[in-house]
Ligand binder design. Structure first.
Ligand code: ZN
Ligand code: ZN
Length: 339
């Protein structure tokens, strides 16, 4: 079968590789659709601490069970999608209910969706392989991974008292936050980014959008929130140099949540005054728990996400390089790659 194999930073090609076979507890799926994601782009450019080269790219997908290993009772043809990881259930983090921080969650990930078929590890089969409900398109079900990450971030966000929220960035994650924040009790949602066409899609969620190229973000935020400011600021851009400016935009007593990952060596300059005298909290959120994954599939089934604005183009897998270029330019949101 053909698979998009990444051999090192910047080196990837569609190559013929042996089709996977399921071991005990494992499942092999036929991939119907796999979505582009900024994580694959970053991984290809600079590597990823959790996913060493060489590897097949792609991790947001939906498809059908092709074959199941010993101990797995799933019929061939069943429509499924899956989380990227399955927690061990035994480490200190898992026992404390923080399965997203499981020590070994990323040892056996479900990764490699830019291919005709994909092997799902036993741990993911146990806690993260989910049947796609009737009526939910596979293209929508493939969004389960990014939506689960946002669900987890929202559950970590202090939203009591309906604070106004600023989301920084204009990609699919910012759009997902804009769509879900009202369901979690946020007040006014303001999304700030640089890409006009993407911001127009985000505006359809009811959020106020601010193009930071054309206007002053502090002034626009003050106007949109009637001077209250943002009790929660979420960064989806991962641009470390912009974080000090985002800290300045958090209302007194509020929180900055770093959603996007940054390279391991990144350090951030923070205002000690704001942290102490104004009790501004800076925190992060990473990955998700099995419960977030199930919640994500429910939200997708209920139509809570604007799928047509999240998946904006379809291409055959052979056009992966064009799809990555679109993503890099911020042209559209996600592309569905069809093997
Ligand atoms: Zn992703
Ligand atoms: Zn664990």
């Amino acid at each position: 079968m053909l698979a998009l194999l990444a051999e090192g930073p910047g080196v990837a090609a569609l190559e013929e590789v042996p089709a996977p076979r399921p071991g005990p507890g494992e499942v092999v799926v036929r991939v119907d659709v796999a979505l582009t994601c900024g994580t694959d782009l970053k991984l290809l450019r600079r590597g990823h601490p959790k996913f060493p080269f060489p590897l097949v790219l792609g991790h947001e997908w939906a498809g059908r069970v092709e074959s199941a290993g010993d101990g797995v009772d799933l019929p061939a043809g069943l429509r499924v999608t899956a989380a990227v990881t399955g927690p061990c259930g035994e480490c200190a983090a898992c026992r404390a209910g923080r399965q997203h921080l499981c020590e070994s969650a990323f040892d056996h990930p479900s990764w490699g969706a830019f291919a005709g078929r994909m092997r799902i590890p036993a741990r993911v089969v146990r806690s993260g392989l989910l049947p796609v409900p009737d009526g939910l398109a596979l293209e929508a079900a493939a969004l389960i991974d990014p939506v689960a990450s946002v669900v987890h971030a929202l559950d970590r966000s202090p939203l009591e008292g309906r604070p106004d929220v600023l989301v920084h960035g204009s990609g699919p994650i910012a759009l997902t936050f804009a769509a879900l924040l009202p369901l979690w009790g946020a007040g006014r949602v303001v999304v700030a980014g640089r890409r006009t066409a993407r911001l127009e899609r985000i505006r359809r969620t009811g959020a106020t959008v601010v193009n930071v190229v054309a206007s002053s973000l502090p002034a626009a935020l003050a106007e949109a929130t009637a001077g209250r400011g943002a009790g929660l600021v979420v960064d989806t851009s991962g641009e470390a140099s912009l974080v000090p400016g985002l800290v300045d935009l958090v209302a007194s007593g509020g929180t900055l949540l770093l959603f996007a990952g940054m390279p391991r060596e990144t350090r951030i300059d923070l205002s000690a005054y704001r942290l102490h005298y104004e009790e501004v909290t800076v925190t992060g959120s990473f990955h998700y728990r099995p419960a977030d994954v199930r919640k994500s599939l429910s939200l997708l089934s209920e139509g809570a996400l604007p799928v047509e604005d999240l998946v904006t183009r379809r291409r055959p897998l052979s056009e992966w390089a064009e799809a990555f270029a679109d993503l890099s330019r911020g042209d559209g949101m996600k592309t569905a790659l069809l093997p």
